[in-house]
Structure formats: structure tokens, C-alpha cells
Write a protein that binds this ligand. Structure first.
Ligand SMILES: Cc1ncc(COP(=O)(O)O)c(C=O)c1O
Length: 457
């Protein structure tokens, strides 16, 4: 008989379908099973402890042992474990959470629609764009603009906006009418001799041309992550969103900020919209909304759009969309308590303070021979690896330098993630301290040094 840890690994291989995993390699690699956590650390089933430098999937802002969230869940489980919001029904946690979200949202947002995940939030927002334009009698205005390397989730419509081959290939995506515009990543896509401002003007000019070519009367909305996460942690060039929004306004195209990663402090302000001066018609959010202790997301909707939904009822009767678990009372109670902790612990001020150490340690990598670009904001960052710093030439894709660094980091007690474009992500829980930031970067350094030595050899 094998031991319990081995038996569990065997069962994993036998029964579990792993998302975003090379399924043919899983038999050999086996599961990496996490069994516990404390603060910014998690423990595996072999007794190893790691710094969770990706906060799970960019989500566990409060780390892995926040008892206030556990207590909030238990309290709500005991009071009312389930009810829903269909057909005028409501629950106190859903009401309170919606009010809190609207009051903390950027100007113009007046309602919250609760869902269970980021993908559902994005999918719902796409439906809302379509519904809105139908109510306004603009039935052609339905195309959605996304950006190359964007990540907006995996459901059929949201997955159509996720412009990463690994998430679309083999799934017949895109399945909705989507336009993909340029990635706002100056380091990699800026042309020789082009300044950051010239780069921004060029790609925004291209965006406008795409809209004209597609016919502006057929373009409904532009979806954008303030900082593009899974596509590479790409920080927008200065002035980018202001210029994009001027174009969108000209053609009456809605601006949807996908704050699934950036929302709730990640960029050093409550919203990525605050950091980059975005004036959204809708916000999609999830992840840090509950520190991922419960699955919950939301679409925050502007008054302009909500008024149209209300008049839609004259035509359609009910607003015919909703999820069984949308606004789940336990998830809502946990999300509310998460927002209470952000307020009580002054989380935004904390991020701004610790971000100084974070950015200093991140920027030190600029001089590393393997690193072409070290970029970040707030408590999110990335390193992009190159073979030649001056020409920015990369190693062949088959060398998988980012994956090598990710694997080396694991040996040094650090969980991180390789990014498209040969990078590595850095996105620790927001509760991280200055000392822990230093410890985390020490481990990144060991991993990067080790891979650099291998590549040279
Ligand atoms: C910006 C963004 N939008 C949407 C999603 C999808 O969220 P979920 O995985 O909860 O469906 C993600 C997930 O990483 C994301 O980063």
C-alpha cells in the first residue's frame, strides 16, 4: 500500500481534469498539492513551505489565514446559507455589498450586479453592452474591442476577448464578433527610435483606424485591464487611456474596465481606473473582492446604462439574465468583511508604503544580464528575459526561460508563474511586509541567477 500522500497523488492523476495544464504531461509531473497556508506562505503535502508570490491566481490579497473572513462565513452559514436575488428577492449581505461597491466605485457607477467569477462578470458585461444597444435601437452596435495579449476569462464570450493563443486554440474561439487592437507594451512593441509618446499615439491612431474600418456604428465597447495581467503584466504607457478614451467617446463606444486583477488596491489605489485615469461605463471585478476566500465577482454599471436596462423592461419584461449563486449570501458576507478589513487595516496606504521597497527591489533587476525589462506598479510586477539586453533579442521560445525561472523559484521556496513573452510574474498578497518583500526578491534573484548560469553554460 502506498502512503496517503502518494495515494492522493495517484487519485489526482486518475480522476482530476486540470485546467490550464498539459494533460499529456500530467501523468509524469503529477499534482503539486497545497494543504495549508499562513500569511503569505503556503505548505505542500511534502512539508515544504513557499512564499505565494502570485497570491494563488492574483487573488488572495489577505493571505492564507485571515480568521475574520472565516468567522464572517461561519456567521452567515448559520444565519442563512443560501437565498437568491431573482424576481425581486434579496438578502442583506447582497444589499450591503452592492451599496458598498457602488459607493467606493469611480464616479458615474450606480449599480452592482453580483456573479461568481471574473469570467462571468466579463460575460455578463458583454451581454449588457448588447442589451444596452438594443434598448437604444442600435442593433448593429455589438462588436467588442479587445487587445492582443488581453486576458478576460474562459467562458465563450469572455474567452473570445482573451487574446492569447493558449486560451483560444482548439476551442473554436473567438465565437463572438471581436476586434483585437495593439498591445500597449512599449518595451517590446515600440519601434526603433520611437518615443513612448510616439508609440502611444501610433497605437491609438491604429485603434481609431480599426474602428473606422469596422464601421463605428457596429462597435459597442472596448474592454481593457488597466494593467494587463496574465498577458505579461503590461503597464500602459503614459497617457494611453486618456487618448484611447478620447477615441471611444468620439464614436460613442463604451469603456469597460476589467478590474478582476487590479481592483481593490493591487496598483496602489482602490481601482486601476484611479491609477490610470479611466472613466468606465462598467467595471468587472472579482478575485480580491473576497480575497478569494469565496467565489464572487461583480459588474459595476453606470447610471447611463442602468437607466437603459430599466427602460428595457418595458420591452422585454424581466431583465432576463442571472445566476443561481449570483449574490450568494455567504460569498457576499465574506466580500463585505474583506472590504471592512481593507478599510480597518488601511490597505491602500499599506500597499503604497510597501510598494516603495517592492519597486526598488524590482528595479534592481534592470541591471541583471538576463533581464531586459523589469516593470511594475503598486504590488504587481514582472521581469522579461532576453538573450541580448541592447537588441532586446529573446531566447528561442523552445528554451522556455520564464518556465525555467518558475521551476528554479520553486526549489528556492517561491511560487510564481511564467508569462507569455518570456517573463515571470510577481504579485504577492497585499498584506506582505517590507521584510517579506525583501525575502521574496532574494528568492527571485537566486532563481534568475541560477537560470542565467544554465543559459550561459
Ligand atoms: C483581467 C481578468 N479578467 C477575467 C478573469 C477571469 O476570472 P475567473 O478566472 O475568475 O473566471 C481573469 C482571471 O485571471 C483576469 O485576470
Amino acid at each position: 500500500m502506498s502512503n496517503p500522500v502518494q495515494a492522493s497523488a495517484d487519485s489526482d492523476k486518475k480522476y482530476v481534469v486540470h485546467p490550464y495544464t498539459n494533460l499529456s504531461g500530467h501523468e509524469d509531473v503529477g499534482p503539486f498539492t497545497i494543504v495549508g497556508g499562513e500569511g503569505i506562505y503556503v505548505d505542500d503535502d511534502q512539508g515544504n513551505r513557499f512564499i505565494e508570490a502570485l497570491s494563488g491566481l492574483w487573488c488572495t490579497s489577505l493571505g492564507f489565514s485571515e480568521s475574520r473572513l472565516v468567522d464572517a462565513a461561519i456567521k452567515q452559514f448559520n444565519k442563512l446559507p443560501y437565498s437568491h436575488l431573482f424576481g425581486h428577492r434579496s438578502t442583506q449581505p447582497a444589499i450591503e455589498l452592492s451599496e458598498r461597491l457602488v459607493k467606493m466605485a469611480p464616479e458615474g457607477i450606480s449599480r452592482a450586479y453580483l456573479v461568481n467569477s471574473g469570467s462571468e462578470a466579463v460575460d455578463s458585461a458583454i451581454k449588457m453592452v448588447w442589451y444596452y444597444n438594443n434598448v437604444l435601437d442600435r442593433p448593429k452596435k455589438k462588436k467588442i474591442i479587445s487587445r492582443k495579449r488581453a486576458y478576460h476569462g474562459v467562458t465563450v464570450a469572455a474567452g473570445s476577448l482573451t487574446a492569447l493563443p493558449y486560451a483560444q486554440d482548439g476551442f473554436d474561439l473567438p465565437a463572438i464578433d471581436t476586434l483585437y487592437c495593439a498591445t500597449p507594451h512599449y518595451y517590446r512593441y515600440g519601434e526603433n527610435g520611437e518615443s513612448e509618446t510616439e508609440f502611444t499615439d501610433r497605437i491609438v491612431g491604429e485603434l481609431e483606424q480599426q474602428i473606422i474600418d469596422a464601421d463605428p456604428d457596429t462597435v459597442g465597447a472596448f474592454f481593457a485591464e488597466p494593467v494587463m495581467g496574465a498577458g505579461g503584466v503590461l503597464i500602459p504607457p503614459k497617457g494611453y487611456f486618456e487618448k484611447v478614451q478620447a477615441v471611444l467617446s468620439k464614436y460613442d463606444i463604451l469603456m469597460v474596465a476589467d478590474e478582476v486583477i487590479c481592483g481593490f488596491g493591487r496598483t496602489g489605489n482602490m481601482w486601476g481606473c484611479d491609477t490610470y485615469n479611466i472613466k468606465p461605463d462598467m467595471i468587472t471585478c472579482a478575485k480580491q473582492l473576497s480575497s478569494a476566500y469565496q467565489p464572487i465577482g461583480a459588474v459595476l454599471v453606470s447610471d447611463k446604462m442602468y437607466s437603459a436596462f430599466v427602460s428595457g423592461s418595458d420591452q422585454h419584461g424581466i431583465f432576463g439574465t442571472g445566476n443561481t449563486y449570483g449574490g450568494h449570501p455567504v460569498a457576499s458576507a465574506v466580500a463585505l468583511e474583506t472590504l471592512n478589513i481593507y478599510r480597518d487595516d488601511k490597505m491602500i496606504e499599506h500597499v503604497q508604503s510597501v510598494s516603495k521597497t517592492f519597486m526598488r527591489r524590482l528595479n534592481e533587476f534592470e541591471s541583471h544580464p538576463l533581464v531586459g525589462d523589469a516593470r511594475g506598479v503598486g504590488l504587481i510586477g514582472a521581469l522579461e528575459f532576453v538573450k541580448d539586453k541592447s537588441s532586446k533579442e529573446q531566447y528561442p521560445v523552445t528554451d522556455k526561460v520564464g518556465v525555467q525561472v518558475m521551476n528554479a523559484a520553486r526549489k528556492h521556496g517561491l511560487i510564481t508563474r511564467a508569462l507569455p513573452g518570456d517573463g515571470i510574474a510577481i504579485c504577492p498578497p497585499l498584506i506582505i511586509t517590507d521584510a517579506e518583500v525583501n525575502e521574496m526578491f532574494n528568492r527571485y534573484k537566486l532563481a534568475v541567477d541560477e537560470v542565467y548560469a544554465n543559459m550561459r553554460a
